[in-house]
Design a protein around this ligand. Structure first.
Ligand code: NDP
Length: 292
């Protein structure tokens, strides 16, 4: 295996460390404690795990963590009322409503109700528009984490050919916008893309965000390319439940120049970027310089 393995776990720990230092300075110099409110509706087991670890890491970096757990039967109006209260609460700088929501609610109504300046997930239509037009935005955490890993590895991404596989609103599209913002030549592939293998073979940077276990084989990868695997897929291997990505790690690592593993690649960056976004939101709302 020739590829350099990109250690997202270590990089994420470093990001959280820098956030914690900045949070300590805010407290000491200005008496401000950044606060993140996470709202969980219902009992989805995966969401419960995410919310628990978000709360734990929020406290670890010295921020205030506000958890709101609502029964799956609450009405959309009740949830909107809670969002309204969090919007008005000066101790809350970031609001995250854990998705998916129960079927009787409109996710877009709920996301639109969040104050865009507190929208640390970056899903509000204002932030989507700001990102697309190159304005200061709250940027979705997973693609932001991928961009940070790529910038750390390459420095400038200018002029590189990037292929993003997947066009979801939470990963694929914002990832493409971020790469375009860094002057890559960007192709967005999806389920209707013809000759996907040939499209991927052109890429210096491949970001796979598909949700299909080990779909990208090594012979699709240009030698020396960087492979960022966003996928988290649970599969059974030798009678055990294991996590694998959207790329076939073993064969891709033989050809790629650098690759993220699953787990331990993109995954840990998501929560680190959520904390970084909360800190940014806090600094902006207080008119203070933003973290770099
Ligand atoms: P979505 O299901 O919303 O989107 C998947 C995308 O992949 C769609 O655009 C779809 O195309 C495309 N696609 C599906 N099949 C193919 C195919 N055969 N060839 C090419 N494209 C295809 O998924 P998400 O974007 O939400 O998530 C993608 C993956 O990333 C998942 O494994 C998810 O678990 C993981 N994830 C990881 C996170 C992390 O923190 N590491 C955070 C968020 C997600 P079309 O639009 O045409 O249907």
């Amino acid at each position: 295996m020739g590829a350099r393995v990109i250690d997202g776990k270590a990089f994420a720990a470093d990001v959280r460390g820098r956030v914690a230092e900045h949070v300590a300075r805010l407290k000491e110099e200005h008496g401000i404690v950044p606060g993140l409110a996470v709202v969980l509706v219902g009992e989805d087991p995966a969401s419960q795990v995410y919310v628990r670890s978000k709360g734990k890491m929020t406290k670890e970096v010295g921020m205030a963590s506000f958890e709101h757990r609502l029964d799956a039967s609450v009405s959309e109006a009740e949830l909107l009322e809670l969002v309204g209260r969090l919007n008005a609460d000066p101790a809350v700088h970031g609001i995250l409503v854990q998705l998916p929501l129960p079927k009787h609610m409109s996710e877009s109504n709920v996301i639109t109700a969040i104050d865009p300046d507190k929208d640390v997930d970056g899903f509000h239509i204002f932030n989507v528009g700001r990102l697309a037009t190159g304005q200061k935005a709250m940027v979705p955490c997973t693609p932001l984490g991928c961009l940070m890993l790529l910038r750390d590895l390459h420095g400038s991404l200018s002029g590189m050919d990037a292929v993003v596989i997947g066009r979801s609103n939470i990963v694929g599209k914002p990832m493409a916008q971020l790469l375009l913002g860094d002057s890559c030549t960007v192709t967005v592939a999806h389920s209707r893309t013809k000759d996907l293998a040939d499209v991927v073979r052109r890429a210096d940077l491949v970001v796979a965000a598909v949700g299909r276990a080990e779909m990208v084989p090594g012979d699709w990868i240009k030698p020396g390319a960087t492979v960022i695997d966003v996928g988290i897929n649970r599969v059974e291997r030798d009678g055990k439940n294991v996590l694998v990505g959207d790329v076939d790690y073993a064969s891709c690592a033989e050809v790629a120049g650098a690759i993220t593993p699953v787990p331990g690649g993109v995954g840990p960056m998501t929560i680190a970027c959520l904390l970084a976004n909360t800190l940014t939101a806090c600094c902006r709302s207080n008119g203070l310089p933003e973290p770099e």
